[in-house]
Design a binder for this molecule. Structure first.
Ligand code: SF4
Length: 495
């Protein structure tokens, strides 16, 4: 049967048989409905069209206004791997003549995750908290990753103590740059197509155009993985949470776009990292930190997305309702004086990608402090990041970053003042604000914003034991009213 593949199902593992006929569909309405980053649209269409070329005559590549328009009257039965979002899943399930087959997108199926979360086989009758650390150890054991028999390699499950250090006192980690592709004629064709759509009013993008930076084919993804493992993996751990204004990628793999396009399978990525350790080419702390991201965090996010249900993305436990201001939504970095926020917005504008700490502790932290609407923020992340998809962004934004699920994923909100950013980056030295000042002309908007966040949510967070000390600190703050008034006066404009 012909297999219909979505644009995030492009690797060989989405086909049972390498000779199977394939249908690939481009929907122009998807681009009209959302305001994607220009480079994200480029990557997605480039990947889809490269795949169509690779498959040659076996592939029927169609462009239509909607998926339904192409698929509803297709004229032959189709099967499709289970899609990666609730709306897409509902859509394909309701289509006559289409059979949904299991997907090979992740190592953990929805049923696997439910078994773990509901305490299947453990006799617990369900978990009180879905702790990532528990899930991660379960994953390591069942896939036999970084294991010596029943014990974790290196004698410990967790090397966070060795990892997650502040950045070194130099502007750059001095590693080889992340792998990047040479554009092909397919990219040129896609670029022209997107320019035409925008010119004719059929699409509106955000962010800057630029050369494609991430893998769009299986071969490119393999090269990117190999390059990372050989040149950058060994340094991943120590600085995985650090930020340097002059080093956009630090030692990160930048493989998330290829993984999320389905060009790589997570288990092959993890295996490549483990082999580097076994060959003595990378230390256990870096390899464990990387495996934790791919086999732990990424799969956990996928599991939460399905397990928590379709309405998860609409949760808003803290009642945050502020609309995203124009400067934020437009990635207008030049309007922002706060050095950290300006640089991170510029990174998103120019590349559609920044690593997990700028996402969580600068953009997410800012939005949490200012009470941005979590649903609107989820859409912003989904559309602005080259690796953003519904399943990735709902748990990451609603759960991790905005605490809008009321604590299902995170044990406390990821709110932090300027001291955290000062410790983990080199931003503050060149900033007009002072990270430890909460009042006055040079009051750091993150430091003041932290107290205002606690002040606004003190009642809602009072029962959280991890916030007992911060809330006690708030109660003792002599200038609490003045800080709140000053931040209110700062208003919704760029800081
Ligand atoms: Fe960001 Fe505050 Fe540091 Fe400026 S002083 S870079 S606003 S944390």
């Amino acid at each position: 049967m012909r297999r219909w593949l979505f644009a995030d199902q492009l690797g060989p593992h989405f086909l049972d048989d390498p000779d199977q006929p394939v249908l690939l569909v481009e929907s122009t309405r998807v681009l009209a409905r959302r305001r994607f980053h220009r480079q994200k649209a480029q990557l997605l269409l480039s990947a889809l069209r490269h795949r169509a070329r690779e498959l040659g005559e076996r592939c029927d590549h169609r462009i239509g206004a909607t998926y339904g328009e192409v698929v509803a009257d297709y004229g032959e039965p189709l099967e499709v791997p289970d899609p990666s979002s609730w709306p897409a899943r509902r859509f394909v399930t309701d289509l006559p003549g289409v059979t949904v087959v299991p997907t090979a997108y992740t190592a953990t199926s929805r049923d696997d995750f439910a078994t773990w979360a509901d305490g299947g086989g453990t006799g617990t009758g369900g978990r009180r908290r879905l702790l990532m650390e528990d899930f991660y150890r379960w994953q390591r054991r069942r896939f036999g990753v970084l294991m010596d028999g029943d014990s974790p390699v290196g004698g410990r499950w967790n090397f966070d103590h060795d990892n997650r250090q502040p950045p070194p006192r130099r502007p750059h980690l001095d590693l080889p740059e992340p792998w990047s592709p040479s554009e092909t004629e397919v990219d040129a064709e896609v670029r022209e197509h997107l320019e035409r759509l925008e010119r004719d009013g059929h699409a509106r993008f955000r962010g800057a155009d630029g050369p494609r930076r991430f893998a769009a084919t299986r071969a490119e993804a393999g090269q990117a993985l190999d390059w990372f493992v050989r040149h950058r993996l060994a340094d991943f751990g120590p600085y995985e949470d650090a930020m340097l204004a002059g080093d956009w990628a630090m030692a990160h793999s930048t493989l998330s776009p290829a993984l999320n396009l389905g060009l790589l399978h997570p288990l092959e990525v993890v295996a490549a990292a483990e082999q580097a350790y076994r060959r003595g080419e990378a230390p256990i702390a870096s390899v464990e930190g990387f495996v934790r991201q791919v086999l732990g965090w990424r799969e956990y996010i996928w599991g939460i997305y399905w397990w928590a249900g379709e309405d998860y993305a609409d949760r808003n436990a803290l009642g945050a309702r502020t609309p995203l201001p124009r400067w934020f939504d437009d990635l207008d970095a030049d309007a922002v004086g706060a050095a950290c926020l300006s640089d991170v917005l510029a990174g998103v504008r120019d590349r559609g990608w920044v690593h997990h700490i700028p996402r969580l502790m600068v953009l997410g932290n800012w939005a949490l402090q200012r009470g941005y609407d979590p649903r609107a923020l989820t859409d912003f992340f989904h559309e602005s990041f080259v690796d953003g998809y519904a399943w990735v962004m709902a748990p990451n934004v609603v759960g991790m970053s905005q605490y809008a699920d009321g604590g299902l994923m995170a044990t406390k909100p990821y709110a932090a003042g300027g001291a955290y950013i000062h410790r983990m980056s080199d931003y503050c030295g060149g900033c007009r604000y002072h990270p430890s000042h909460r009042l006055g002309d040079d009051a750091c908007p993150f430091t003041a914003g932290y107290w205002v966040f606690l002040d606004r949510n003190a009642e809602a967070l009072a029962a959280n034991p991890r916030l007992r000390r911060p809330l006690a600190g708030l109660a003792r703050l002599a200038d609490r009213a003045a800080v709140t008034a000053a931040e209110h006066h700062r208003g919704p404009g760029p800081p």
